[in-house]
Design a protein around this ligand. Structure first.
Ligand code: GSH
Length: 315
């Protein structure tokens, strides 16, 4: 991680833990907001006006949080307005690296080798982990925001006429229900699998395991009772949040993170949802199974020899 703008060897993939050995995710540090006219957003400074070609997304295809921004970009028709660079799948001892691994990119925009260089370019005294996704402003040469939940909302309504206004991932009448379901799914499932995988005590692992499968059971029942999406016919940001975890489940979380009560394919309604999401135009292109497997199985603390499982297949 970076400490006062310097890369430190203190980097550790297991990240921070609480008193019970539970995994603790860092709070994101850049929280500015792109708005149609450059007015100040919910948090942050003013001056980030929506303009075609001005913004760039740095992502990792292994990462569910980065992938949700890629899906929102595709569904909102912002692929030509916002360019993208993909880091290599395996975290190095200096964090995410750009390069020639198939499906990854060099950083032709800023010429960085490691993602952390962009963080120190934006703030020479930055302290924290250099995470993806990063929304970069080419005009001001800085990071707009590195919190995927914010970036998804910004892509939904911050880009004015540049975006497809017929798609609304956070519709006004559903906002209270969306917020409530997000608040359940994030700790128990999206982050729950990480809490299981990176737990350093048996009790923290078992608590996370119970959360993960409790949430999957609830969502299976919800989708079996009605669909095709979590809120019926309308695809919302909560569907994207669920999808990015489900699509990684059998490849990484079932094995590496020991979330192994069942495989995702054993849940009929959740599997149906997964395949419905994959069929939505633009979604499948954001899923790179090789990056997912190679990325997760390169975490040395969990898999010291780096062997990547051959199966399963995405059918
Ligand atoms: N709050 C962030 C979390 C992003 C995050 O944790 N990304 C991980 C990859 S899945 C990362 O970049 N980790 C690198 C590190 O922790 O050094 C968001 O949702 O945008």
């Amino acid at each position: 991680m970076l400490v006062d703008g310097k890369w430190t060897a203190e980097w550790h993939p297991v990240q921070a833990t609480d008193a019970k050995g539970g995994f603790v995710r860092q709070i994101s540090g850049f929280r500015h907001w792109v708005t149609p006219d450059g007015a100040v957003g919910p948090p942050g400074e003013a001056g980030f006006r929506a303009e075609a070609g001005r913004y760039h997304l740095y992502v990792a295809l292994i990462c569910p949080w980065a992938s949700r921004t890629l899906i929102a970009r595709a569904l909102k028709g912002l692929e030509t307005a916002i360019s993208v660079s993909v880091v290599e799948p395996a975290l190095t001892d200096q964090g995410w690296r750009f390069g020639d691994y198939p499906g990854a990119d060099r950083d032709t925009l800023n010429g960085a080798t490691y993602l952390h260089e962009l963080y120190t370019r934006a703030n020479p005294h930055y302290t924290g982990r250099a995470t993806v996704p990063v929304l970069w402003d080419k005009q001001r040469g800085t990071i707009v925001n590195n919190e995927s939940a914010d970036i998804v909302r910004m892509l939904n309504d911050g880009f004015g006429d540049l975006a497809d206004s017929t798609v609304d991932l956070y519709p006004e009448p559903l906002r209270p229900q969306i917020d409530a379901l997000n608040e359940a799914i994030y700790p128990r499932l999206n982050n729950g699998v990480y809490r299981a995988g990176f737990a350093t005590t048996q009790i923290a692992y078992e608590e996370a395991f119970t959360d993960v499968f409790g949430m999957l059971d609830e969502l299976e029942a919800r989708l079996a009772a009605g669909g095709p999406f979590l809120f019926g016919d309308r695809l919302t940001e909560t569907d994207i949040r669920l999808f990015v975890t489900l699509v990684r489940f059998d490849f990484a979380y079932h094995g590496l993170f020991k979330c192994n009560r069942r495989m995702l394919k054993d849940y009929a309604a959740l599997s149906g949802f997964l395949h419905r999401m994959l069929a939505v135009p633009g979604v499948r292109q954001t899923v790179n199974v090789d990056h997912i497997k190679r990325g997760y199985y390169s975490v040395k603390a969990l898999n010291p020899n780096g062997i990547v499982p051959v199966g399963p297949a995405l059918d």
